[in-house]
Each structure stands twice: as structure tokens, then as C-alpha cells.
Ligand binder design. Structure first.
Ligand code: DX5
Ligand code: ZN
Length: 223
């Protein structure tokens, strides 16, 4: 199976976001990953719905909003109006996850749950019918350019098995420290969507890496 690639604009040149998004779209990106941080749930502060709205005309790709914020529900309506396609909230930031996932879908967007490295995948047990995506954080959230945590591989495998056993159309996304070394490992563990920030925007590799990730997930050619 070919993986999807969702470049994270966190490591892009913020003075030229429209152009950066166009570059990765041309390079074969499947989604655009947008990291919204509030300076509370994580110390960093990034973008909000107005920037999402201003990016919307620059790409036809799905806009994948990763909310690293407290009280994520405050952003649902503004994000729907801004043209976000998918909204992922952190399990650690929501006391009423079940209700919030319903609220995302009621606004016509797809719904995802993100799990910090310390969070058990068991939190998903009673949520499956409301999920379009599970995001396994493979670093602690808040910054680009951190190192992949290998202890997350069994968690990815466990969730991939749960999705398979249930026969659900749920994407399994990984985010943090994804590069040419770690991509094949997470794909092997069952990831279906790779988020990469610094490996694509912060290095010489650039959008060419997107195709390399996809090849890493393709079956070997038959002899
Ligand atoms: C980190 C963000 C990521 C970030 C990943 O909290 O959620 O999306 O951009 O950056 P890299 O790929 O550099 O680890
Ligand atoms: Zn992210």
C-alpha cells in the first residue's frame, strides 16, 4: 500500500507559505498538515484559523489541522469556515473527547484524535465509530526537528491491528522525527499517513523526499 504524505508547514518559510504549499503539492503531497499551537497546551505559539483561511486558495489538497491547544472546541467553527478538511484534537486536551469528535463531524469535517507519547492507545476503545484518523505522536508535541521515539513503534502496531480487526476506514498518522531512516520503520508498523516538517522544509532534500517516502511504502516489484 502506498502511504500518504502530509508535509507540516511548521518548518516552512512563514513569509512565503502560499509558495511553500504549492511546492509540496507539485512534489506529490497528499495533504497539508497545519500545526496550531496555543502557548498553553504546548509552550509554542503558531497559527490560527485566519492563516488556514488564507492558505485555502493556494491548494486543492485537504487541509489537515493538528490542534495542540487547550479547549480545542473553540476552534471548530472558525476552522470549518476557514476551509479545514480534517481536525485532530489531543486526547490529553479534552475531557469530553466523544462529544468533541461528534461536534467536528457535525461541522462537515473529518475527525481525528492525537496521542502524546505517554498516552495509552486504550483511550480509543470507545471512540472507534467517531474516528476518521488516529495520530500517534512520535515526539512530544510542540516543536519541529526533534528525534523520533522508537518506543512508539509497538503503539503504532497495536493501533494498526485494532483498525484491521475492526475493518474500519481509519487513517493511522504518525508525526514527529519522520525522515528517510524512520519512514520505512513506521510504514512497516502500519502507518498510513506520514507527517514530516523539518525533513521536507528544513533540509536540502525538499519535496523530493515525498516520493521517497511513497516508494518506501510500495511493495517490492515482482521479479
Ligand atoms: C510537532 C508537530 C509536527 C512537526 C513535526 O509538535 O506536530 O507536525 O512539524 O516536525 P518534524 O517532522 O520536524 O519532527
Ligand atoms: Zn503536527
Amino acid at each position: 500500500m502506498t502511504v500518504k504524505v502530509a508535509p507540516s508547514i511548521l518548518s516552512a518559510d512563514f513569509s512565503q507559505l502560499g509558495e511553500e504549499v504549492r511546492r509540496v503539492e507539485e512534489g506529490g503531497a497528499d495533504w497539508i498538515h497545519l500545526d496550531l499551537m496555543d502557548g498553553h497546551f504546548v509552550p509554542n505559539l503558531t497559527i490560527g484559523p485566519p492563516v488556514v483561511a488564507s492558505l485555502r486558495p493556494h491548494t486543492t489538497l485537504p487541509l489537515d489541522a493538528h490542534l495542540m491547544v487547550d479547549h480545542p472546541e473553540r476552534l471548530f467553527e472558525p476552522l470549518a469556515r476557514a476551509g479545514a478538511d480534517l481536525v485532530t484534537i489531543h486526547a490529553e486536551a479534552a475531557s469530553h473527547l466523544h462529544r468533541l469528535l461528534e461536534e467536528i463531524r457535525q461541522r462537515g469535517m473529518k475527525a481525528g484524535v492525537a496521542l502524546n507519547p505517554a498516552t495509552s492507545p486504550r483511550v480509543l476503545d470507545y471512540l472507534w465509530e467517531l474516528l476518521d484518523l488516529v495520530l500517534v505522536m512520535t515526539v512530544n508535541p510542540g516543536l519541529g526537528g526533534q528525534s523520533f521515539i522508537p518506543a512508539m513503534l509497538p503503539k503504532i502496531r497495536f493501533i494498526a491491528d485494532q483498525i484491521k480487526e475492526r475493518g474500519l476506514p481509519v487513517e493511522l498518522q504518525v508525526d514527529g522525527g519522520i525522515n528517510d531512516k524512520t519512514a520505512p520503520r513506521v510504514i512497516k508498523a502500519g502507518a498510513t499517513v506520514l507527517v514530516a516538517g523539518s525533513a521536507i522544509f528544513g533540509s536540502g532534500a525538499g519535496p523530493g523526499l515525498i516520493q521517497a517516502f511513497k516508494l518506501a511504502g510500495s511493495p517490492p516489484e515482482k521479479l
